[in-house]
Design a protein around this ligand. Sequence first.
Ligand SMILES: *[C@@H]1O[C@H](CO)[C@@H](O)[C@H](O)[C@H]1NC(C)=O
Ligand SMILES: *[C@@H]1O[C@H](CO)[C@@H](O)[C@H](O)[C@H]1NC(C)=O
Ligand SMILES: *[C@@H]1O[C@H](CO)[C@@H](O)[C@H](O)[C@H]1NC(C)=O
Length: 289
Amino acid sequence: HQNRLIHPCHTPKLATKFCPNLSTTLRDPTLAFPNNLTLHTVRERNPAVWAGGSQPWACTPMQRVAVLIPHRDREQHLTHLLAHLHPMLQRQQLHYTIYVIHQTGDFMFNRAKLLNVGFLEAMKDVAWDCVILHDVDLIPEDDRNLYLCGQQPRHLVVGRNFTGYKLRYKGYFGGVTAMSAQQFRDVNGVFQTSSGGGGEKMMSYGRGNFYVGMKVDRPPAEVARYTMIFHDRDEHGNRINNERVALLYRPREVMYSDGMNSCRYKLLSRTVNPLYINVTVNIGTDKEL
Ligand SMILES: *[C@@H]1O[C@H](CO)[C@@H](O)[C@H](O)[C@H]1NC(C)=O
Ligand SMILES: *[C@@H]1O[C@H](CO)[C@@H](O)[C@H](O)[C@H]1NC(C)=O
Ligand SMILES: *[C@@H]1O[C@H](CO)[C@@H](O)[C@H](O)[C@H]1NC(C)=O
């Protein structure tokens, strides 16, 4: 039931009507990636964005959404992503906040673990109904690709311009995904050990290992389209390709021992910027923390 996703504390004060499930302010977004774009400009263009997010005045959204973006040394990607996400999410009439989870140090970039951190930290602010797990270099091309959760986990990337807008393979669940807070908890967050080549090992367990009765929903292919910017992701230790594969698949025997409940990290700072909430963490290695 969709109402399950409405937090009980969410009493609409300003607007008594729920927002329509398809916003009337959607339009074809302009995709542009000028070299001189700055956060300052993005901020000027989005005056209604405050503390990393926004919410509509005219109606009350059915869900409250946290967008979690794992990040390290990708300032230019992040600027372009924010430049496109903020206008789109406002046109979708969402109540949302963007969290950027920034990994410090020289250890292998661990997207999975940063997502678990992001979930835990975001929930300290608001009992979000829905989380969007978002790669920093994927720009949504279509406003109708709603950043909302459903009865099943939703995979929002059917196609990207780099692969001719074709799904990579049937079980693919990487890039941008939407999970209700309950779904995320049910699967104990994201499998962390998949970082650094573990993704391949994961794959050897087979793809049929999706669990707790979940299946993946996807928007129609003509809607779930993304542009991938600056395709340089394999340099500087930011090896994401393998781990993104293993976002949800993991062997049953480690499902409840490796994930959100084994996520240890040192919070270094938490700052509220106009365009996003920045969470900087040292995730070290599990042995160290
Ligand atoms: C959208 O809302 C209408 C009525 O308000 C409802 O009948 C329909 O099922 C909803 N669609 C979705 C996808 O929730
Ligand atoms: C960025 O470059 C474009 C032309 O490519 C120019 O129109 C625009 O004014 C520049 N913006 C800033 C902030 O320099
Ligand atoms: C995808 O779009 C980006 C941004 O416009 C562009 O830089 C890149 O070349 C495109 N890739 C392909 C294969 O079209």
